[in-house]
Design a protein around this ligand. Structure first.
Ligand code: TRP
Length: 356
C-alpha cells in the first residue's frame, strides 16, 4: 500500500485489500445480504463498504433508498473499469434504488481546468450514452450537471460550515480552495437526494474515494441527514497488470476500443503462463496472475461453470497463452460490437433527454 495513505488525489493504490478493510474501518461485504448478486458481488470483487447492513435491509424490505455516482468528464474515453461502477449502480437500480448520475462539471472546472461547455459536450457525446449503454435505465435515471442543479449548489453552501479546515487536511493531506470546493460539492451531490425525503443511499466507489464518503458521513451526522453508505470494489488492473492509471496508458482497455486496439492490447497482456508453450503444457499456468482471466472474472465470462473449467484447463496446461489471447480477443470484440450498437441507440436517448 505504498506510503499507507490512500486519498483521491494521489495514485498510491492498495495491494492488500484485507488490511484496508481493517485499517479503514470498513464493513466487509457479505454477499448473503444481497439477492441475485451480480458477477462482481458473487466473485469477491466487491469486498467492502460502509453502512452495508442498512442498504441490505432496504433492498430486502423494499424500503426507499438511492444510489448515486458522478463522473468528471475530463477525458474523451472511458476506462473499461468504469463498467464496474455502472454494474453496481444498475444492480441497485434493478433492486429498487432511485438512481442519480451526475456530471461533475464544476469539479472539473475547479480542479482540472476543463470549462463547462467542454464538459457538457463530452458528457452528452460520450459519458452519458456510455452509461446508458452499460445498462442504466435511461428513463429512470436522473442525470444532472452540477452547474445546473441549484439544489446541489445551494446545499453545498449550507454544508460548507459543517467541517473544519483541519478535517479537510486530515482527510486529504493538503487543503486547497479548489479541492475543498469540489469536496463540499461532492458531499452535496451525495446528500441532495435526501432533500425531498430522508433515506439511505449507496455510492459505489473505488477505495481511493473513501475519504469523500467519510466526510459525507461526518457532515450528514451534523446536518440531520441519514448517513450515506458506500460499496467498494477491487480495481481492474490494466492488461499489463498495472493498477496505477498513470502508468497504464496504452495498455488499458477503453469502452469503444476498435478491433485493432483490442488485438494489440490483448497481445501484450501480462499472463500467468510459462516462458515457452512446451513448459506451459508441462507445468500449467496461473490464472490468478493472468490479466485476461482477471477480465473474464470481472466482466467477460458470466457463467461460473465455464469460468471454472477454463481456469482448471489453464492450470493443467491444456490452454496455452496464445489460445487464451485469441479467446479473450474474441470475447472483447464481441462485447465492444454489442456495446457500440447500444451506444448508438443511447446517443439518441441522450439527445432526447437533453433537448437543447
Ligand atoms: N469526484 C468524482 C471524480 O473525481 C466525481 C464526483 C462528483 C462524484 N460528485 C460525486 C462521485 C458524487 C461519486 C459521488 O470523478
Amino acid at each position: 500500500m505504498g506510503k499507507g495513505v490512500i486519498d483521491p488525489w494521489s495514485a498510491d493504490l492498495p495491494e492488500d485489500y484485507k488490511k484496508i478493510v481493517k485499517g479503514f474501518g470498513l464493513d466487509s461485504f457479505d454477499v448473503k445480504g444481497f439477492p441475485n448478486p451480480n458477477l462482481l458481488m458473487r466473485r469477491g470483487f466487491v469486498f467492502a463498504g460502509r453502512g452495508l447492513k442498512q442498504i441490505s435491509y432496504c433492498l430486502n424490505q423494499k424500503k426507499p433508498f438511492y444510489s448515486l455516482t458522478g463522473i468528471m468528464p475530463t477525458a474523451d474515453k472511458i476506462h473499461f473499469g468504469t463498467k464496474s461502477v455502472i454494474d453496481m449502480i444498475s444492480y441497485f437500480q434493478k433492486h429498487g434504488a432511485d438512481t442519480y448520475v451526475l456530471i461533475a462539471d464544476l469539479e472539473a472546472a475547479a480542479t482540472r481546468k476543463v470549462d463547462l461547455k467542454e464538459s457538457r459536450k463530452r458528457a452528452l457525446k460520450i459519458h452519458i450514452p456510455c452509461y446508458i449503454a452499460l445498462g442504466l435505465d435511461a428513463k429512470k435515471t436522473k442525470f444532472y450537471f452540477q452547474s445546473e442543479n441549484n439544489d446541489v449548489t445551494n446545499l453545498a453552501f449550507q454544508l460548507s460550515n459543517k467541517a473544519s479546515l483541519n478535517e479537510y487536511r486530515a482527510i486529504y493531506g493538503k487543503a486547497e480552495p479548489s479541492r475543498i470546493m469540489a469536496s463540499v460539492l461532492q458531499v452535496a451531490d451525495i446528500l441532495h437526494p435526501q432533500l425531498k425525503k430522508k433515506m439511505p443511499g449507496v455510492i459505489p466507489v473505488g477505495i481511493d474515494q473513501d475519504p469523500h464518503i467519510r466526510l459525507s458521513r461526518d457532515i450528514a451526522k451534523r446536518s440531520g441527514f441519514v448517513l450515506p453508505g458506500s460499496i467498494n470494489f477491487k480495481f481492474l488492473p490494466s492488461l499489463s497488470g498495472n493498477i496505477k492509471m498513470s502508468k497504464s496508458e496504452g495498455n488499458s482497455l477503453y469502452l469503444l476500443d476498435n478491433d485493432e486496439e483490442i488485438r494489440k492490447k490483448v497481445s501484450r497482456a501480462l499472463t500467468g503462463g510459462q516462458k515457452t508453450a512446451q513448459e506451459q503444457k508441462e507445468k500449467g499456468g496461473n490464472p490468478e496472475k493472468d490479466m485476461l482471466f482477471e477480465l473474464f472474472r470481472q466482466h467477460l465470462i458470466k457463467d461460473d461453470k465455464e469460468l471454472k473449467q477454463r481456469e482448471e484447463d489453464y492450470k493443467k496446461g491444456k490452454i496455452l497463452d496464445s489460445e487464451n489471447k485469441e479467446f479473450a480477443t474474441k470475447l472483447l470484440v464481441k462485447f465492444m460490437r454489442d456495446f457500440r450498437k447500444k451506444f448508438e441507440k443511447a446517443k439518441k436517448q441522450t439527445a432526447k433527454l437533453f433537448k437543447e
